[in-house]
Design a protein around this ligand. Structure first.
Ligand code: ZN
Length: 292
């Protein structure tokens, strides 16, 4: 089998870097990544059932809970860029853009046509469906890019970071959330860590590998912290196979889950990172081109 190079730091792997199944681990920056040859057609999974039944119980029905989390992201971004032009990659049904439009001029893109269509028609936000890499954006025009739990799904996250770095204004930022494969929880759980789900997640980042990836395109990590999430109880049950089976088979358990299902729980397992990466300011960019 071919040994792929690490997309974060560029280090070539060898057979000793195989982690398990179809996953590799970069010995230099710790990036864990799936072998793309073993998973050739990963985009097909983002049809409607991804948001209703597969990865999510019912994405649209969970809007209130999802927006509670997104409001916290929004408050964090405002500490860096309180206004300007924002572009969200993987905007799904537009729930974040719907909140962010109060402060920024917003646009987004999602691979799911159903989701982007909902965002446009129901929420009235500028959402496109398609491939970000093929989407025309003028260089140096965006203040904030956002990717919520998206980077780990992409086949070529390096090409996304390259394009974002190009499209950002000087001192513009990328804000994203993703799992941390070097967190205590991930290291303790090993291959059983809840976020290891190839081919849905193809990349497993850490502070180290994210810093390496952004550094390749001249950007710097300026903040990284663990964040918790509000989750609907019914959605948590959906993701635990034993409990969702019990809920389907047992009428008493089903009544119980229906009674508590609409409640939210706040969960922080300290394994999801909220990261801010920044493009150099104009004077730094000039400084690079004109040595004195
Ligand atoms: Zn690496």
């Amino acid at each position: 089998m071919r040994s792929p190079a690490c997309v974060a730091c560029g280090t070539a792997t060898n057979q000793g870097d195989r982690w398990f199944d179809h996953l590799w681990r970069c010995r230099h920056c710790t990036l864990v990544f799936a072998d793309l040859e073993a998973y050739p057609d990963t985009d097909r999974q983002y049809r409607e059932s991804f948001f209703r039944g597969d990865a999510y119980r019912d994405y649209v029905d969970d809007r209130e809970t999802l927006q509670r989390n997104l409001r916290r992201h929004l408050a964090r971004i405002r500490q860096y860029r309180p206004s300007g032009r924002m572009f969200e990659i993987g905007c799904a049904y537009g729930f974040f853009l719907d909140l962010a439009k109060e402060f920024w001029q917003v646009e987004g893109i999602d691979i799911s046509a159903t989701a982007a269509d909902y965002a446009r028609r129901i929420l009235g936000v500028d959402a496109f469906s398609g491939d970000f890499l093929a989407h025309p954006i003028e260089a140096g025009t965006i203040d904030v890019f956002c990717l919520w739990d998206t980077l780990e799904h992409l086949r070529r996250p390096d090409l996304y970071v390259e394009k974002m770095a190009r499209c950002l204004r000087p001192a513009g930022i990328v804000c994203l959330t993703t799992g941390d494969v070097r967190s205590l929880n991930a290291r303790f759980r090993g291959r059983k860590w809840r976020l290891i789900i190839p081919p849905t997640h193809l990349y497993y980042f850490s502070r180290n590998s994210l810093a390496a990836l952004f550094a390749r395109y001249g950007m710097t990590l300026v903040s990284s912290r663990y964040v918790g999430y509000h989750r609907r109880v019914s959605s948590m049950i959906h993701q635990i196979p034993g409990l969702s089976r019990l809920s389907a088979d047992n009428v008493h358990f089903r009544r119980l889950t229906e009674a508590v299902g609409k409640r939210d729980l706040y969960v922080n397992l300290f394994d999801i990172l909220f990261v801010v990466a920044m493009k150099p300011a104009e004077r730094q960019l000039l400084g690079r081109g004109t040595p004195r």
